[in-house]
Design a protein around this ligand. Structure first.
Ligand SMILES: Nc1ncnc2c1ncn2[C@@H]1O[C@H](COP(=O)(O)OP(=O)(O)O)[C@@H](O)[C@H]1O
Ligand SMILES: [Mg+2]
Length: 326
């Protein structure tokens, strides 16, 4: 006899039944699921309207920290997706030979794919390399392949080796509001190229032991580049990542970073969350993988702050001539 024939009603079915008189009222908003759905809609912005102010001119960020595993790539991918979902034109430049940003955006980056290597080493135009990210309007990615691993060495003998990426970006014909350059975990020539091409540095700091270790070295390098290669460069943004609210340590790191760097530290803090670390395995950002999650909400809020701060700074700089967000 087949076991199915006698299978009883599953407990699952039994629990689905709800009292017929349950009122469909605003009370539903208080349910965790309803709140999550509301958060998801806010994050995904299905109307596609401009809900984060566009900067009056393109902002180029180097996402840098020579420590590995602090959230550079995760922050690059999620901030870029958040800004693109909210009406901004965004490009991610993957400058790490590991190609994690390309993976996280679901962009092909196998050997032979035209990539950032061809741009910085061979001078191929970015227009021929940048690819649209599937499912996210106005988001483009310049992928990195394993070829880039050789670039640190190959660039040494190239003319104007520190400014190769800047040259590529300046020649790019597409109109953009944001470029995020995802740096490798080192302070070599690739990171120098990012710092010469950028105007702003975004430093993700992991709320863990030794969080600030090596930061002095990064800041000294930034000062050197500012003095000799790129006078416009400034550390504009610090983002605290992998915050575990159960630990005292995370809180201590936050206090220390805020005490030291004050207003450049974003109010939004990214929590440590398994969902965030799962998303790249599906070639997705947390914004699309689980838009109602706290990880997605925190990156959404961080992106909103970046956009608002940028708009405010520009307004201050341009005074009366400020054009507004279009
Ligand atoms: N908020 C987070 N919560 C949990 N895991 C995270 C979070 N942010 C990043 N991760 C995971 O930590 C690892 C390192 O992050 P990543 O962004 O690749 O750092 P980096 O680019 O600085 O090396 C990755 O496996 C990533 O998925
Ligand atoms: Mg990385």
């Amino acid at each position: 006899m087949a076991p199915e024939e006698t299978a009883p009603t599953t407990p699952r079915q039994a629990t689905v039944e709800t009292p017929a008189a349950a009122p469909a009222s605003p009370v539903d908003d208080d349910l965790p699921l309803a709140r999550e759905a509301q958060r998801a809609v806010r994050v995904l912005n299905p109307s596609g309207s401009v809900t984060m102010p566009r900067p009056p001119r393109r902002r180029v960020f180097a996402v840098a920290n020579q420590k590995g595993g602090v959230g550079k790539t995760t922050s690059t991918v999620n901030l870029a997706v958040a800004l693109a979902l909210h009406g901004n034109r965004v490009m991610v430049v993957d400058l790490d030979p590991q190609g994690n940003a390309s993976t996280g955006l679901g962009v092909e980056h196998g050997a032979g794919t035209p990539s950032v290597y061809e741009a910085v080493v061979e001078g191929m135009p970015l227009d021929e390399i940048a690819v649209p990210v599937e499912g996210i309007p106005s988001l483009y990615c310049v992928p990195a392949t394993i070829d880039l691993a050789g670039a640190e060495v190959e660039l040494v003998s190239v003319v104007a080796r520190e400014a190769r990426l800047q040259k590529s970006i300046d020649a790019f014909s597409g109109e953009l509001d944001y470029i995020f350059i995802d740096c490798p975990p080192s302070l070599g020539l690739l990171t120098v190229n990012a710092l010469v091409a950028a105007e702003e540095v975004l430093i993700p700091i992991q709320c863990e032991y030794y969080a600030l270790e090596g930061l002095g070295q990064l800041l000294r390098n930034i000062e050197l580049i500012k003095a000799h290669l790129n006078a416009r460069l400034r550390v504009s943004t610090i983002l605290l990542t992998m915050y575990d609210k159960r630990t005292k340590l995370a809180d201590q790191v936050e206090q220390e970073v805020r005490g030291h760097f004050s207003e450049i530290v974003l109010d939004a803090v990214v929590p440590r969350s398994v969902r965030v670390s799962e998303a790249p395995g599906y070639g997705q950002s947390i914004m699309t993988y689980d838009p109602g999650s706290r990880g997605a909400t925190s990156y959404f809020e961080a992106a909103e702050e970046i956009a608002r701060r940028g708009a405010k700074l520009a307004a201050r700089r341009d005074g009366k001539n400020q054009k507004g967000g279009n």
